[in-house]
Write a protein that binds this ligand. Sequence first.
Ligand code: ZN
Length: 465
Amino acid sequence: MTVRITFHGAARCVTGSKYLLEADGATVLIDCGLFQGLKPLRLLNWEPTPFRAGSVDAVVLTHAHLDHVGYLPRIVKQGFNRSIYCTPATSQLAEIILLDSAKCQEYDAAFANKKGFSKHDLALPLYDGRDVERTVRLFRERPRGEWFAPAEPIWMRFADAGHLLGSNHIEVEIRNRPRPLRLVFSGDIGRYDGPLYHDPAPPPACDFMICESTYGDRDHPERSLLDALADVISRAVDRGGVMLMAAFAVGRSQQLMYLLQILKSENRIADLPVYIDSPMACNATRVYRDFSEDHDLAESDLDAAHPALGGRNVHLVRETAESKALNRLKGPAIIISSSGMMTGGRIVHHLRQRLPDPRNTVILGGYMAEGTRGRLLQNGAETLRMFGADVPVRAAIETVPGLSGHADRSGLLRWLGNLPQPPVRTFLTHGEPESSDALAEHLRNAWQWDVVCPELGQSFALEIP
Ligand SMILES: [Zn+2]
């Protein structure tokens, strides 16, 4: 009858989500994410998998972000060949994200071999495109709101987390006793009143809560995202050049598109041409359009000329030749491209082209990690090293704060505050130690909750008194 949970990722960090749930011989993995960020974390992806991949009965995904799905092809390579449950939108977005990840893995391995970086004779990718193909064949789609049993006696049900298209929290019942043992996995919790997504559905009553804590110690800026974006764009239009926005291809690019369409519909900015220059963002935009019933467009009355994810002045740029042709583009116009932190991808070519001209504007949004070009620009770098040359930074650098898909501290407390009674125990995951600890302290002191911030690899027996 013992139920056990083991935290194999997103423990004292924000990536590598992997929670192993065991009950009566059934083993279900909740999320299977890649570790990302600084090197010691990335190296964890290369450690032996901490559980036997072939002994897992099923994987269930909260959403399609790489830090929640990016390790799947690795366990498939190691012998996992059972079902992977997720919502229909998650299955489509995860395929796009995993194919891109395989390409990056293969590119890095080829680069290491060329430069002779590898300690081994031949650097190998963590997985390749064929592993991804085998992985996506295991996807089994389940709609929100319906119970399913990934492995008896473990039953689960998805509910909207409002964080990304198709994202969920997962309600779990372990039905091997007169009253089921109830767990909730929060996944990543979205923002209340965030653009494009519905508010996160309230969590149901549970005995054990596994909750993210990315922003457990801070709130997002009060100022409206639309006002901030409108100001930045009007200054950029005055400069007369091209606006360059770096954005993650899946999720952020579509949110920006939607925000721009609101500003145009409300005549707060001119009807500028917008170019989405990323094949991955083009593919993701198709998925977003296909699942339009999943969107929350309540913030604004979009006019007919400016639908949420399209319209006559929104151009999806897929081919390389079209992307190169954007070099001749005169402003004012907006180019949205990736990667989000400017570490690679088409955005780098645009930076080389646009940075030297003071009429242009580079718009930074969201978090820029240490060591990325995005962070260097944020810190006021005068030149950027690209393609073996130092490119002068004469373009204006602007920041739109508050572009985050995560609930902030107040949002997390609002979400948890929906619970009819405190869980027996709450595990805080998916946060840097200072964020998780701050939220834990608050829940213990102000709410008298039993809270644990598990360490990587830590395991707990779950029993109710
Ligand atoms: Zn996420």
